[in-house]
Every structure is written in structure tokens, then in C-alpha cells.
Design a protein. Structure first.
Length: 76
């Protein structure tokens, strides 16, 4: 009985980490993805982007403020 209770508790705790931050149980952040929610909370347009070239030779824009990182393909 203890083993079954422990397994159910472990499953419940594990599944509780799957909630979306925009969902009801999360922190309630708005769906605006252009706003940085890191420590300094700047708008993403204020961050400086760099260029990363992957092993296939494709260019990517990369922004990293130390807490969160953003990456997108660089299109010409």
C-alpha cells in the first residue's frame, strides 16, 4: 500500500510540472512573446543580437540575456 501511494504521489508531482505558464495553474503571464521576463525585464528589441553559424553553415540570430535565450533562423 505504501508503494502504491508513493507511486501515485510521484506521478502527481511529475505531471504538475507540465502545466503551461499561461494556463490557469501557472504564473499567469500574458501571451506577449516580445517581452523578456528575465531578471532585467527589458523589451526584446532592446537586446543586442549576435549571429551563430551552425555546423551545416546556416546563420541564426541569437540573443542571450543570461537567464533566457532566444534563437531564430537568419533569413536573407
Amino acid at each position: 500500500m505504501k508503494t502504491k501511494l508513493l507511486m501515485v504521489t510521484a506521478c502527481a508531482v511529475g505531471l504538475s510540472a507540465c502545466t503551461d505558464f499561461e494556463g490557469g495553474l501557472g504564473r499567469g503571464y500574458p501571451s506577449d512573446k516580445t517581452f523578456d521576463r528575465g531578471i532585467d525585464k527589458k523589451h526584446l528589441s532592446n537586446l543586442q543580437a549576435g549571429i551563430w553559424v551552425d555546423p551545416n553553415g546556416c546563420d541564426h540570430w541569437i540573443i542571450d540575456d543570461g537567464v533566457e535565450g532566444y534563437l531564430s533562423a537568419r533569413l536573407d
